[in-house]
Design a protein around this ligand. Sequence first.
Ligand SMILES: *Cc1c(COP(=O)(O)O)cnc(C)c1O
Length: 430
Amino acid sequence: MPAVTDFEPGLDWARAQDRADALAAFRGEFCLPPHGDGEQIYLCGNSLGLMPHATRQALADELDDWSRLAVEAHFRGRHPWMPYHGFVREHLAELVGALETEVVAMNSLSVNLHLMLVSFYRPTAQRPAILLEKRAFPSDRYALESQVRFHGFDPAQALIELDGDEANGTISLAAIERALHEHGERIALVLLPGVQYLTGQVFDLAAIVRLAHAKGCLVGFDLAHAVGNVPVDLHDSGCDFAVWCHYKYVNSGPGAVAGCFVHERHAHSERRPRFAGWWGHDQATRFQMGPDFHPTPGADGWQLSNPPILALAPLRVSLEIFHRAGIARLRQKSLALTGYLARLIEHAVPDVLDVLTPAEPQRRGSQLSLRVKGPRDAGRALFEHLSREGIVGDWREPDVIRVAPTALYNRYEDAARFVDAVDRWRAARR
Ligand SMILES: *Cc1c(COP(=O)(O)O)cnc(C)c1O
């Protein structure tokens, strides 16, 4: 594992790493937002990834096909619209470690979560519960709670919430195991993240699935902060379903079409309840427009509508970039880059910032969650100072700054400049 063992503080060492970085050229494929005469130091790819230059042309091509070909672009467009969602399938399957029939790009994350819950949360009087984390992303919690109520159960009884049991609020595998030992027989579904959005903790998907399946629970994952950040092997993890978005690490633009995974073992489960739409109907007979729904085998069978081409074009561009870079190579750089940033913070500004994200490289991705020490106003003041300097992270009340140096477009120099700006802010406050 290429953890950083030796480094020198200062820009010279960082720039030398950048010159030696085999992935450095990918930065040139992205639009870096301007700041003054230069560029922002953008550390916010965990929230909204940067736009690839190629996206503009890909969108222009679709608008052009629409204007020149109109309805015929479904078949004669440069990228015909009829099979369009299939054009992202191969690279998407590669990115999340799935079979091609197990993945589909559709809808948005929260919508896909609901569609998956319709099929895979089937509460009974004996087994009504869902195991989730106490600090789940609000949308996930709302979705789960509303599904519990929809089935006529009481969220106070049916939502079992895992609290962080480790320092900084992270959750150990042992805590998950204890919860399953205690409540397993009552739990219909386990829903956990791949990477926790507040702490940056990476979860061991395969280990969670083994524990939960042993208790007879189904397992779904929300991979919003995992896909494009860390390698995930969805098929081998054995989970029943997963959902994620593509506007964070996958750089497909605001509200981009999201992703959904359904394990092969459910590919032919025609009798499992689902909410159906015509685009999920068996492709061979879809346009016979018959009254009876027969789903396409695999994840495609959960599609409702014909896909939004203008929202899929950016995803096609982004996934092609990931294909060329390779998630394994990106992870290697990410381990080194985030490791460097963590070490630099501990070396240079330990009196200002506390790293909340787990220190073990395999338990974190690109993101570091940083608690700002000191009086109540310190965090906000530091965040605003960084913004004025063109350094973009994101702010979580009451005292946390999240930064994510991404392997595709961030440099070691960005990490060094971030720490340098924190250092200068501290000096100025004295
Ligand atoms: C970003 C994020 C969401 C956002 O949901 P949308 O449906 O895309 O608006 C939901 N859940 C998690 C865990 C997230 O990180």
